[in-house]
Structure formats: C-alpha cells, structure tokens
Design a protein. Structure first.
Length: 345
C-alpha cells in the first residue's frame, strides 16, 4: 500500500514513547508473573473451544466458501488440517486494536472500557448479520511490545508493556467471552527474542499472537522513519515457538496474525510453515480510500496466499474523504478470499 499511512506512523511512535515514559522498567515488568496469568486458579476458556471439534468435511466446506469462487487455484490454500479446537475457519474474528497508554494507537485505548466494549459488540453484531453462516467472536488486539523512537537502555528501540496491563486486557476479554491477541513491534529486536517473554500469557487457550513487520528495522533505522520487513524466517520463529507452546500445554491451535501492506514487508512468503498447531492470518493493514485498500489486498494477500486472510479498518484514517470510505461487512464479504479476521483501529 502507498505510504500515505506513513505520516501517521511517526505520530504513533512519538506517542508510544511519550505515553510509556511513566511505565515500569520494560524488562522487569515483562518478567513479573501475575496472579491472573500464572496463578493456581484455572482460566475460563471461551466456549468456542468447547463447541468445536474438528469436522474435516465442515472444514473443507468452509475454506472453499472463504475462497469465494476463486478459479485460479490460489485459494483455498493447501495446508494440513488443524488440531481439534481450531477457531478458524469455524468462526470469524472481529477485533479492536490499540494500547491502553495511548488514545492515538487505536480504538482499544481511545475509548473508556465500557464504551469500547459496547462498540465492539456492535461491530460483532453487524458482521453476524452480514454472514449468519459463521459465528463471530470478539477480540482485543493489544500492542504488548511497542516500537520506540529512542533506543532505550538496551538499545532495542522497543518497550515491553507491563504484565499487569496484559492481565487487564485478558480480564476485559473474559467479560465478552472474547479472544486476546498480543501484538509485537520488535524495533531493533527480533521475533525470536520478543515472543518467549509472553509465554506466561500465550499458554492460555484464548490468547493468540500478532507480529508487525512494519516496525522491524533490520537496517538499523529508527522506527517510524522507514517501513520495516520480516522474512519467512521471522514468521517461522513465531510459528516454532507457538508450536512448542501448544504441545507443552496441550492447547488448541494458536492463531498468528501477520500485518502487511507493502511488497517488502513480507519476503519469501512461500517458505512460511503450515502446521496443525498454528493458523496464520495475513492481515491487510494500512489506510487509504477503498480503491487503494482493495488494490493492496489483491496484491499482497490474494496473490501471495499463506493460509487465512484478514482486513484492517481505520475509523479515522480510512474516512478522511468521507464516512462512506469505511468498508462495510457486506462489501468485504465480496472479496476474494473473504477475510475471516477483521481488525478495527
């Protein structure tokens, strides 16, 4: 996608630095074990896991439906069946994105809790009405590691959010029987370094992962001054860790969301692993008018298939030229393939 999203990114980076200056030390905060995530009390697993047993005939029918009559052979993607308890393709996910320290990073941190959850439920209802064939699950997509304009004590240009804030997000999601996605902006760090500290949360069945190549500065640039990149190796590092976590804790499959809106953000996509323990969603990120967003979806999601597709909507930046520029569920359901993960920022 065009870098018309780019000026906003600089603002987000600046905001993330300002709002985190009062946080606890990044390393020590991430290492603290919260009673919510590691206590002896067992977590309530969303009903979705109790309801779903892997029905391969239904799975086949659903992924062909998501392919939306594609005749090129690209979709549906050939992949092994997931483990039992898989969320996708048996459900559609509608998520709110953001961080509680900033009103500029997304709707999740912009609105007060109750107002935000009410709005999320409203979006879920719209999607459920648009496609009654798939149950719609709400989710909170929380930026757990934020890229930073300053290097910080460890010179990594990233800051890990405090564990108690992740616990807060998990508790909020419980109230709406929803999922949680923890998102990582690595800065000068790596996926291999940033994912393991989140194991205490990822071992919960309802907690999943997101990784954002936009802020992966392999060339040493300051985040926000250039669009970053992940290779298949970076994505596979996340997949490998999630596979180990699923096996270690006997979990249903994890979902991995990978953001993308340019060609260079994700390289060697054909080498991304397809395994029963992890379901990969390529999320069409970036803001702009409908024509630009659809074009980007065709170029970077449709033409370079990985497994499942997602689509991101920006309440403010997508509607700069008018409120009708925000895609509706009915419009997105005409896309090839149909997105199964929808994110609002």
């Amino acid at each position: 996608m065009k870098t018309n999203r780019y000026p906003v990114l600089v603002t987000l980076i600046a905001s993330s630095f300002i709002f985190c200056t009062g946080c606890n030390n990044a390393s020590s905060s991430a290492e603290k074990i919260s009673s919510d995530s590691d206590g002896k009390k067992s977590e309530k697993v969303p009903n979705v896991y109790d309801q779903i047993k892997l029905d391969t005939a239904k799975y086949n029918r659903l992924i062909h439906n998501l392919a939306n009559h594609d005749t090129t052979g690209l979709w549906p993607v050939k992949a092994p069946y997931p483990l039992e308890g898989a969320v996708l393709p048996f459900n559609r996910i509608v998520a709110f994105y953001g961080n509680l320290y900033s009103k500029k990073m997304g709707i999740l941190g912009e609105l007060p809790k109750n107002e935000m959850l009410k709005k999320l439920k409203g979006e879920v209802a719209k999607w459920q009405a648009a496609d009654p064939s798939l149950p719609v699950i709400p989710a909170l997509h929380y930026v757990a590691v934020t890229a930073q304009g300053s290097p910080g004590k460890d010179n990594k240009h990233r800051l890990r959010m405090p564990a108690h804030q992740i616990d807060t997000i998990i508790n909020w999601a419980k109230e709406i029987n929803g999922l949680v996605f923890l998102d990582i902006q690595v800065g000068h760090s790596t996926v291999r370094e940033e994912v393991p500290p989140l194991e205490k949360f990822l071992k919960l069945p309802q907690v999943h992962l997101g990784i954002d190549p936009e802020f992966s500065m392999k060339g040493g640039n300051v985040p926000g001054t250039k669009i970053g990149t992940f290779s298949a190796d970076d994505v596979n590092d996340a997949i490998d860790f999630l596979v180990k976590t699923v096996k270690k804790y006997n979990l249903p499959p994890k979902i991995l969301v990978v953001h993308r809106f340019t060609q260079g953000m994700l390289t060697n996509y054909k080498q991304i692993k397809k395994v029963p323990e992890v379901q990969v969603v390529i999320d069409m990120d970036g803001w702009g008018d409908k024509t630009l967003k659809r074009s980007s979806y065709l170029r970077y999601v449709y033409r370079e298939p990985v497994e499942f597709s997602g689509f991101k909507l920006f309440y403010k930046n997508d509607t700069k030229t008018g409120s009708d520029q925000l895609y509706t569920p009915q419009e997105l359901l005409k896309f090839v393939p149909k997105p199964i993960y929808i994110q609002y920022q």
